[in-house]
Design a protein around this ligand. Structure first.
Ligand code: HEC
Ligand code: HEC
Length: 95
């Protein structure tokens, strides 16, 4: 079968769609917030309806480069970039 020009257009479209799904699934693979005693209060506050942006502001108390839990070298955002939306990338675990 000979592939016509308009078929190539559809093949290209499928490649793009698959690529977008792949990119989205990459975000979901990011490590989730551990369900342990250090992070429990965030799960509880979130269940009580507290906003994620407010909770994000509390992560740097422990997660910081000045003696706290350091970020990996290849972390996509650094504290110097300004306020970090931790929970936008690191989701809560489903129970
Ligand atoms: C009381 C201190 C403390 C606070 C506050 C805190 N963390 Fe952590 N976090 C830790 C420590 C210590 C570790 C590493 C060891 C562990 O998993 O408990 C960690 C590990 C993590 C990890 C890596 C988990 C893994 O699988 O390797 C993520 C993601 C994380 N925290 C996200 C957050 C987010 C998001 C917030 C804010 C909502 C937050 N943390 C607030 C202490 C804290
Ligand atoms: C733009 C998305 C994004 C944001 C915002 C973000 N992270 Fe991450 N973080 C990642 C990615 C990607 C990794 C690489 C490893 C992984 O989790 O899969 C990572 C890794 C980590 C790790 C190390 C996990 C391990 O043990 O390998 C910790 C701890 C962490 N992030 C905490 C935080 C905290 C706390 C904040 C907010 C102050 C934050 N992150 C904001 C995307 C993000």
């Amino acid at each position: 079968m000979k592939i016509a020009k308009k078929d190539w257009f559809f093949i290209g479209l499928i490649v793009v769609v698959v690529g977008v799904f792949y990119a989205i699934s990459g975000e979901v693979r990011t490590k989730k917030v551990p369900y342990d005693d250090k992070h429990m209060k965030f799960y509880e506050a979130f269940q009580k309806g507290q906003g994620k942006i407010e909770l994000d502001a509390q992560c740097p108390v422990c997660h910081n480069e000045n003696g706290g839990v350091p970020f990996p070298k290849d972390h996509p955002v650094k504290p110097a970039d300004g306020p970090m939306r931790c929970l936008f990338c690191h989701k809560f675990k489903q129970k």
